[in-house]
Design a protein around this ligand. Structure first.
Ligand code: GLU
Length: 309
């Protein structure tokens, strides 16, 4: 049996001299204040163990990791009908690109680029006031993580509401193409709050466990999605989870993963474990620099990969 704690300790030790690498996201003013010299990592295994290292208990802004949970919620509501509103192909473009959206007439390439995630949020908003949809999403993530202490960082939500001009443009664009059913402020109100969820690596690793364990959380027995749906969400994470860095992440790490501009990455080793890593400094395509490095080291040392032994 391999010693996962020793592997985590060795990764942390090796990355220590590199702390602070990359560039903290500053287009959301509240995120620009985060100390870049932080690193945490946690692994939740399907047999119920939790391993962690560094600042794995510190909450950070999960940002786009929330898109995985919102996608899960939307698929639960409308099933495969969701794919009328959003595609399933890697974008090869930056996370907030508007060019592709115009060329493809308001149908975003996939649910993980911003436009796609905003369309997914719009689906979950149907029949609710924004406040209720935010509440539903928060309850869902608390249920996934089996942790009632997960909260929304209102300062981050406000900061992005005041400065999210590109997202406002994307949403207006989709509304013009009739791919947004609600007023832009309503859908974005929910979207900015979902992105502003504050969670630790430990909480995230637990919340992602259903994706590693055929759709159910083995710790709680909570059934979240069918095994088939878990496989499909993993497929989307692998192909689209790191924006225009998705190919490189698949090549280097070989596991489905979703990054966020807060510096978090949620990765899934199907049948084995859910892994969360956080370090705020980002690489040039907006993915955590040390987080990606840590996952590459973990995959190499454990042999975990969806592409073979
Ligand atoms: N809230 C961020 C935005 O919409 C999420 C982007 C990300 O985490 O990659 O710009």
């Amino acid at each position: 049996m391999m010693n996962l704690q020793a592997i985590l300790d060795s990764i942390y030790g090796e990355l220590q001299p590199r702390l602070g690498e990359g560039k903290v996201a500053d287009y959301i003013p509240e995120l620009a204040k985060v100390d870049p010299n932080q690193f945490g990592m946690a692994i939740a295994t399907v047999d119920g163990k939790l391993y962690s290292v560094g600042e794995a208990d510190t909450s950070f802004s999960i940002q786009s990791l929330s898109k995985v949970f919102m996608l899960t919620l939307a698929l639960g509501k409308v099933g495969e009908g969701l794919w009328k509103r959003v595609g399933r192909e890697p974008s090869g473009s930056s996370f907030n690109s508007i060019v592709q959206l115009e060329r493809e007439e308001g149908i975003p390439r996939n649910p993980f680029i911003n436009a796609g995630a905003i369309a997914v949020t719009d689906v979950v908003l149907a029949g609710h006031a924004p406040r209720e949809a935010i509440g539903e999403f928060l309850r869902f993530v608390r249920y996934l993580a089996d942790d009632e202490t997960v909260t929304i960082d209102q300062k981050v939500a406000q900061s992005e509401t005041q400065t999210g001009f590109k997202n406002i443009a994307l949403a207006n664009f989709m509304r013009a193409y009739r791919n947004l059913d609600h007023p832009v402020e309503h859908t974005l109100g929910v979207y900015f709050h979902q992105c502003a969820l504050a969670m630790s690596c430990q909480q995230l690793a637990k919340a992602g466990l259903y994706l590693a364990a055929r759709g159910s959380n083995p710790l709680t027995g909570h059934s979240v999605v069918s095994p088939k749906r878990a496989r499909r969400i993993n497929a989307l994470m692998l192909t689209c989870g790191h924006y225009d860095g998705s190919g490189d992440f698949a090549y280097r790490v070989g596991l489905p993963g979703k990054s966020g501009v807060g510096g978090g990455i949620l990765a899934v080793a199907p049948g084995l474990a859910s892994i969360a890593v956080w370090s705020p400094g980002l690489n040039e395509v907006g993915n955590s620099q040390l987080g990606s490095a840590a996952l590459e080291m973990l995959a190499a040392r454990t042999g975990w990969s969806v592409f073979g032994d």
